[in-house]
Write a protein that binds this ligand. Sequence first.
Ligand code: SF4
Length: 494
Amino acid sequence: MGISKSKFIAGLNCKKRLFLEVNHPELKTPISLDQESKFNLGHRVGALAQQRFPGGVNAEPQGERDFNQWINSTQLFLDEKCPVIYEAAFSFEGSFCALDILVREEDDIVAIEVKSSKEAKEIYVLDAAYQYYVMSQLGFQPKRFYLLLLDGAYVRERTLDVNQLFQKVDITDRVVSLQESIKENVLQFTAMLAAGIEPQREIGPHCSSPYNCSFYAHCSAHLPKVNPITSLRGSAEKVWDLHNKGIYSIEDIPSSYPLQTRQIPQVNGVKRGESILNKEPIRKFLSKVEYPLHFFDFETVWPAIPVAEGISPFGHLAFQYSMHIIHSDELNCHKEYLANPDEIFQGVNTEFELIQQMKVDFHSEGSIVAYNATFEKNRLKDMKKRFPSEADFLDNLISRFVDLMELFRPQNIYYLPAMKGSYSIKNVLPAIAPEFSYSDLVIGNGGEASSIFESRCAGSFEGNWEETRTALLKYCERDTYGMVVIWNHLHECL
Ligand code: SF4
């Protein structure tokens, strides 16, 4: 096989990437757990899309990928005029593609490509245009080309309705208008690969958009391990401008270079170890809170396929919270909630139960302290829509939030070089309290917590659930305890 759809898209983004994909796949960074779960998600959405077009035959060989067998099965199904073919494969002069769903409408072919997204992104249209090109060259020009996307307006009921989950978007005209440029690119890529000379390309914004390139570690080997220029936060334009001027380390940024205001503390921190402590705004912030303080954090899942009643594609479902409560007389306690994933597996929205537990756990007064409070407030607003009868209670909670991040985001109130230009709690906390760690925990970050819980809700979790449940509780507790650590530290600074 020469060029596939994914290699073609890689080549549009960066010819060096296409060259490396074909000639040096061993230089790729192995795929991460996150990428693997995106891959699995694509499979799950693809399987549901097939239910939307039932009764089809699958052309993809089971087990070992045999491309000839795949193409031959497709041809056979086309000859037999099968009304629906899944994974129909085509190859023209070394260009290969597999189409998610091919529908026959009398003598016409309708092409459908499934995406785990709500938007018809430009990259999907290019993808489809390449498929249209390969199919057309073989005489199987689709009459219409559709993207099958997730419908953001769909709100799940107890059971999932695949007919409402998806929306069909007609991209035929856009795909047809791209045919000349697709042909030119295919010819160019084929000639480049035949010549066997690796194209030269510096790293830049194209390495992470539209997708992260798996050759980044290889291509960025010239950067220093400590404080590389790419770790400078803020404007990416400035980062790549400096890189293109041959400045590979933050330490080497000339003092005359016009940095963004928010980049200056990071650069001064790296070059001179400078910190910032502006006590007045901290005092003001601490004086506005009311006891008892509720240090609060939600964990959520936001899967493409809505997990429960009342949720839309990519809508959040809060499945867990942790809360440390501090009274002015130092009577402290911890409260927590973790939903039963077996209920969610049945389509039950457990947020109603979560709200009832919050009613027990929250005091009727006192500030609610969160880090990036907008996230927590937005989840409560989601719940208001899903459970309007609980609006008064939820509105009361929303009105009591204060956001710890306000003290770190501007980076002119409190900044330490160890924060590395970031105001994320995952950078702020270890800078303030190097002894505070997640390293002893089985689950050590929110993404992992969410993926594990989601896999259990989807019925694909493998492992000991009781142990995992304990690990989830410990992780979320540590997160809110981290806010208490920051809180105490701020008092010590004054
Ligand atoms: S890391 Fe960047 S420069 Fe290197 S192959 Fe990938 S996209 Fe091209």
